[in-house]
Ligand binder design. Structure first.
Ligand code: CP
Length: 289
């Protein structure tokens, strides 16, 4: 049964099929699947968890509740034993968000479908797919589209999976961030260098929980230097759009008044997440009785 662990594990043809299927779901296509899923979120989530739940509901799947705070993982049970336990009681698939990068390597040999809902600072494949879907919906192509990813690149699983996804689909990607947050990427500190020519400004959340941001910047200083300010938005191409995976630090990476401006696709991304996750669930259940 196909797992969805990393965007690198999906070839371009599969990605396009998933986007096409998401489009069919958005236009009202119905599909009923038979199966039982459990959503295991060991890190906080609103969008990924709730949109998977909505997608599971729309696809007719049974979803068993799992409270990480009251599970035997607190008694030291491993993730592998937790998933094997769920399989033993008849679960077909799991969505997992976990603080450990590549936690899924521990799960090799499990029979349940495994969908990665985010692994630490590693990957977030379904966020990438919904971002690709949103960009394709806007421009009808990836070739020749320039995307500027701005912010906490080194700590962001969204940046890493989107960089891989966009580049393999033919888009051009630039990165803007403080030099301390470059990670493995060639980055610039000058958002103003890209703002007039880029098609997509993709702002990232500053991940306060993963490192000591306050030691480097005040909120005001970060916003002025790296944020999408109202002045910068005015310089964007007429056709250019604003994206952000959310949650948003309003007034830090993006000005409050831009979050729902005409160019913003931020809430559209969230709506698209349900259709994309429906396509992913269908894909993950392929080949199962
Ligand atoms: N974009 C995203 O992954 O949001 P959540 O952390 O709320 O799931």
């Amino acid at each position: 049964m196909p797992d969805v662990l990393s965007i690198k594990g999906l070839d371009n043809g599969t990605i396009m099929e998933l986007l096409q299927r998401a489009g069919e779901f958005e236009r009202g296509a119905k599909q009923r699947l038979s199966g039982v899923f459990v959503n295991l979120f060991f890190e906080p989530s609103t969008r990924t968890k709730m949109s998977f739940e909505m997608a599971e509901h729309k696809m007719g799947l049974t979803v068993l509740p799992f409270e990480t705070a009251f599970s035997s993982t607190l008694k030291g049970e491993t993730l592998y034993d937790t998933v094997r336990t769920l399989e033993a009681i008849g679960v077909d698939g799991v969505i997992i968000r976990h603080e450990e990068e590549e936690y899924y390597k521990e799960l090799e040999g499990c029979k349940a479908a495994i969908i990665n809902g985010g692994d630490g600072s590693g990957q977030h494949p379904t966020q990438s797919l919904l971002d690709l879907y949103t960009i394709h919906q806007e421009f009808g192509r990836f070739d020749g589209i320039h995307v500027t990813i701005v912010g906490d690149i080194a700590h962001s699983r969204v940046a890493k999976s989107n960089a891989a996804a966009l580049e393999k689909m033919g888009a051009e990607v630039s990165f803007v961030c403080p030099k301390e947050w470059s990670g493995e990427y060639e980055t610039s500190e000058q958002l103003d260098k890209f703002i007039e020519k880029t098609d997509v400004v993709m702002m990232l959340r500053v991940q306060h929980e993963r490192h000591a941001v306050a030691a480097l910047f005040s909120k005001e200083n970060y916003h002025e230097t790296y944020g999408l300010t109202v002045e910068r938005e005015r310089k964007m191409k007429r056709s250019a759009i604003i994206m952000h995976p959310a949650p948003i630090n309003r007034g830090v990476e993006i000005a409050d008044e831009l979050v729902e401006c005409k160019r913003s696709r931020i809430f559209k991304q969230m709506a698209n997440g349900v259709f994309v996750r429906m396509a992913v669930l269908e894909y993950a259940m392929k080949g199962r009785d």
